[in-house]
Design a binder for this molecule. Structure first.
Ligand code: OGA
Ligand code: MN
Length: 290
C-alpha cells in the first residue's frame, strides 16, 4: 500500500496529503482517503499530473459521479467527459470555456438546490493566475458548535430553501425566472442543522445566502435569522484559505463545508476541472445493508 503522509493544516480544517499519485490510486488508498476526508473535511494533493481520464477514474473510485449543469448553450462544458465541470474565465470563439468567470464566488456548497447534494468534489488546477482566485473552505461543524445558545435553539427544526435559479457567481441559470419574492425561490428545502448519519455530529447547512428563505417565517424574520447565521459563519476561526498552484487537486466534503472564491484579474487565465461525487460507494453499501 502507498505510504501517505498526512500534514494537518495550521488552519481550522484541512490536511495536505503527500506521497500519492492520484492517477494511480487503488481501492485501499481510496478507503484511507475517505477516512481522512471525514476527519479533515478538505484534502490537498500537490504536484499532481492528472489526465481528464484519470480525474474521472479516481473520482469514480470514491463513488457515483454527478453530471454538472450544461453551458449557456445547453451543451456539456467538457464534451469528452460530461462528468467534468469546467471552472474557468477563459472565453474562446465567444463561448465560455467554463463556469464562474473571474469574479467572486460567494460562500456556498455545490448543488444544494438538489434533494441530495453531492457528497464531495475534487477540483484540479490546470492554469492559475499570478494573484487572486484563492478559495476558502469553512467548517460548518465548528460553526454550529460555536453558535450562541439562542441561535442554536432558533435553528432547531427549521428548513431553508436553497436557490436553484442562480450560480455562486450570481449568474442566472438557463430556464429560470428572476426571483422577486424569496418565498417563491425554487430549490430543495433542507434542515438548517445537518446531522451526520454515522457520528450524529451536527453541522450548519446553509447552502448560499442570496434568495434563501426559511419557510414558516415572515420574510423579515427569515432574513434576520439568515443574516445572523451568515455573519456568524464568515469568521476566520472556521475557515481556511487555499492559494492555488498548477497541479493542485483539492477534495472537499460538500455537505459540511462551505466554499467561496476571491475574484482575480479578468485578463489572467484560470482553468480548473472539477468532478462531483454524488455519494460514496461505501455509504451506499452501508445503507443497503441497513
Ligand atoms: C467550485 C467552485 C471555486 C474556485 O468548483 O465549485 O466553487 O476556486 N470553485 O474556482
Ligand atoms: Mn462551488
Amino acid at each position: 500500500m502507498t505510504t501517505l503522509t498526512v500534514t494537518p493544516m495550521t488552519q481550522p480544517l484541512g490536511a495536505e496529503i503527500s506521497g500519492i499519485d492520484l492517477g494511480k490510486a487503488n481501492g485501499e488508498t481510496i478507503d484511507r482517503l475517505q477516512d481522512l476526508l471525514s476527519q479533515h473535511l478538505v484534502l490537498l494533493f500537490r504536484d499532481q499530473t492528472l489526465s481528464d481520464e484519470q480525474l474521472v477514474t479516481v473520482s469514480g473510485l470514491f463513488g457515483k459521479l454527478d453530471v454538472p449543469a450544461p453551458n449557456p448553450f445547453g451543451e456539456p462544458f467538457h464534451k469528452g467527459h460530461p462528468e467534468i465541470n469546467v471552472i474557468s474565465n477563459i472565453v474562446s470563439d465567444g463561448k465560455p470555456a467554463g463556469n464562474l468567470g473571474a469574479g467572486e464566488a460567494v460562500w456556498h456548497a455545490d448543488m444544494t438546490y438538489k434533494e441530495t447534494p453531492p457528497r464531495a468534489a475534487i477540483l484540479y488546477a490546470l492554469q492559475v493566475p499570478d494573484a487572486g482566485g484563492n478559495t476558502y473552505f469553512a467548517d460548518m461543524y465548528q460553526a454550529y458548535e460555536a453558535l450562541p445558545d439562542d441561535l442554536k435553539s432558533e435553528v432547531e427544526g427549521k428548513l431553508a430553501i436553497h436557490d436553484a435559479s442562480h450560480n455562486s457567481a450570481g449568474i442566472k441559470r438557463k430556464g429560470y425566472a428572476e426571483i422577486t419574492d424569496v418565498r417563491e425561490t425554487p430549490g430543495a428545502r433542507h434542515p438548517l442543522v445537518r446531522i451526520d448519519p454515522t457520528t450524529g455530529r451536527k453541522a450548519l447547512f446553509l447552502g448560499r445566502r442570496p434568495r434563501s428563505y426559511i419557510p414558516g417565517l415572515s420574510v423579515a424574520d427569515s432574513d434576520r435569522l439568515l443574516d445572523r447565521l451568515w455573519a456568524h459563519i464568515d469568521n476566520p476561526n472556521f475557515y481556511m484559505c487555499h492559494e492555488w498552484r498548477v497541479g493542485d487537486a483539492l477534495m472537499w466534503s460538500n455537505q459540511e463545508v462551505l466554499h467561496r472564491r476571491d475574484s482575480f484579474d479578468a485578463d489572467a487565465k484560470r482553468l480548473m476541472h472539477r468532478t462531483q461525487i454524488r455519494h460514496f460507494h461505501s455509504d451506499q453499501a452501508k445503507s443497503s445493508a441497513a
